[in-house]
Design a protein around this ligand. Structure first.
Ligand code: SF4
Length: 360
């Protein structure tokens, strides 16, 4: 008999499951709290369930587990990178990033960058994950397990979640949103949706879907250029949804949800850091009234890049500051994001599991 994985089920699905066993509905609420609030890893820990129900659950269900293969800590900034093995042997990486500043409002922040897929199909030229190709979507339980396992190795509570690890979360929309629902459920992880960010490489249709469904987490777009020719070279997805379609989708999202959006922008030397790029970014800022994050490019030399990937160079620190200042002069809300975990290949765009590669 195939056992049912209870990790990743929401309250409604758990109710259906327990009633199919002849149990009252309230048992679902108890199991939900054990799984996500108490973070139980076995049915035997669920002491307010009857012994006979615990025995039945051991016979017909299981709680999906993770194997931690390795974890590394950055000597520079304390960022931690985890390598996990999934139940089918595939591997993914997850990163936990401590705050970079001692400002009062962020000193207690601890951010986890979760993966949503094993590998990625989108082939962005600057990203190490692209070198793996796409292997499969993560289950809701596997997304939750990244948090649960990483938390055990963190000395304070993880407070923020960004879907910016391996994969495009919009292409695993249902599982990613189911995980968000459990992260934010008061009987689950109880994390405010304002502390969760979904980042997309550019699926205008899913941006609109998030708006139509009134999804609560924050939304970020990996923009990297306002020019279709350059963005298309950097991110092939731009050929499916071009810049104007994306900006229109963000306008729709803002109008419908009344929430702000973020634009992520890796600054490449001589590629997207010209006066024309300042002009175009200023224009889109005025249209969207959004926050723009400038990100340093992190080397993906370890993936043996070829073609355009091998020719990309990040702007220098001074170059990024010059670009930032030009935008600030135009009163754009723009920030420079600091690198985290560069010495352990854990920084933005560097996640990849070589032995999992579908294409190398
Ligand atoms: S940047 Fe994101 S969407 Fe693009 S290849 Fe990497 S993981 Fe996929």
């Amino acid at each position: 008999m195939t056992k049912t994985n209870l990790k990743g089920l929401n309250q409604t699905a758990l109710e259906e499951f327990v009633t199919s066993l002849g149990e009252p509905k309230y048992r679902a609420g108890q199991i939900f709290q054990w799984l996500y609030k108490e973070r139980a890893s076995s049915f035997d820990e669920m002491t307010n369930l009857s012994q006979s129900l615990r025995t039945t659950l051991n016979d017909v269900a299981f709680i999906e587990q993770f194997r931690l293969v390795t974890h590394q800590t950055s000597a520079i900034d304390g960022t931690k990178k985890f390598l996990f093995e999934l139940s089918d042997g595939k591997k993914i990486e997850t990163v936990v990033i401590p705050p970079r500043t001692t400002a009062v409002d962020v000193e207690d922040r601890l951010t986890i960058c979760v993966s949503s897929q094993v590998g990625c199909a989108l082939d962005c030229t600057f990203c190490a994950t692209a070198s793996m190709g796409f292997l499969r979507n993560l289950t809701t339980g596997e997304i939750l397990n990244q948090f649960l396992t990483a938390q055990r190795f963190s000395d304070k509570p993880i407070t923020n979640i960004v879907f910016m690890g391996m994969g495009e979360p919009m292409l695993n929309y249902d599982n990613a949103m189911a995980a968000v629902d459990i992260f934010t459920d008061q009987n689950g992880f109880g994390i405010s949706p304002r502390r969760i960010t979904i980042s997309t490489a550019g699926y205008a249709n899913f941006i609109k879907r998030m708006a139509d469904e009134d999804r609560k987490p924050k939304l970020a777009l990996s923009l990297h250029s306002m020019r279709d020719d350059i963005r298309g070279d950097l991110m092939p997805i731009n050929k499916k949804y071009n810049v104007e379609e994306l900006i229109s989708a963000l306008e729709y999202y803002k109008h419908k949800t009344r929430k702000g959006v973020m634009l992520e922008y890796i600054v490449f030397d001589g590629v997207n850091d010209t006066a024309e790029d300042v002009r175009l970014l200023t224009k889109v800022f005025r249209r969207l009234d959004c926050r723009i994050n400038l990100i340093p490019f992190h080397s993906i030399e370890f993936t043996n890049p070829h073609g355009l990937s091998s020719t990309l160079h990040g702007a220098s620190k001074e170059g990024i500051e010059k670009f930032w200042k030009a935008l600030r002069r135009n009163e754009v809300t723009v920030f420079i994001r600091h690198s985290a975990g560069v010495d352990i290949d854990a920084a933005c765009g560097q996640l990849a599991v070589k032995e999992e590669s579908a294409v190398l």
